[in-house]
Write a new protein. Structure first.
Length: 174
């Protein structure tokens, strides 16, 4: 499997180097629609589907993952994917990896009780557990750092990303 990943990475890297004017693009849209209560269905242009719900404590039904957990899950999956890609690029045999992402939050922020408290996480912790038959701790640490720095989800946590809000008239499609 790592050969397939390495070959795909080599091909993608070569293509982007040769077509740098096409490297920047708009990512595919995720469209959220309210199903009922606070349960939300999120769909993508190629049939992607994700359901979320808020906890019962804030009026949700707790029938699906919360958006905050989806965010942490996205970071964990992304860091793991990038670490695996980097290990494949470096031809590291027997690479194994697990990633945990947790965060510390303060409900006063999301509930709007204290404007000085952020609505999002106060801090995020990424724990990367990895091993490989022929890689030492230093090389694995470098892979973990590279993965976190190159994962679009975790990297965006480390910098202020501009956010534009467009409100358009229209009817929700239920």
């Amino acid at each position: 499997m790592s050969d397939v990943i390495r070959q795909a990475m080599d091909s993608a890297t070569a293509w982007v180097r040769d077509h740098q004017d096409e490297a920047r693009y708009t990512d595919s849209v995720a469209t959220a629609r309210l199903e009922s209560g606070l349960r939300v269905s999120v769909s993508g242009p190629s049939g992607e589907l994700l359901a979320t719900d808020m906890p019962k404590a804030v009026g949700g039904g707790a029938s699906a993952i919360s958006p905050g957990w989806a965010f942490r899950a996205a970071a964990a999956a992304c860091v793991l994917s990038l670490a695996t890609m980097r290990a494949a690029q470096q031809a590291i045999d027997g690479f194994r990896c697990e990633v945990d992402v947790d965060s510390e939050s303060d409900d006063r922020g999301i509930l709007g009780l204290d404007e000085s408290v952020p609505a999002g996480p106060l801090s995020v912790r990424i724990v990367v557990r990895m091993s490989a038959s022929a890689a030492g701790r230093e090389q694995l640490g470098a892979i973990a750092t590279w993965a976190v720095e190159h994962c679009p989800v975790s990297e965006s946590l480390a910098r202020q990303v501009p956010v534009t809000i467009d409100v358009t008239p229209g009817r929700s499609q239920r």
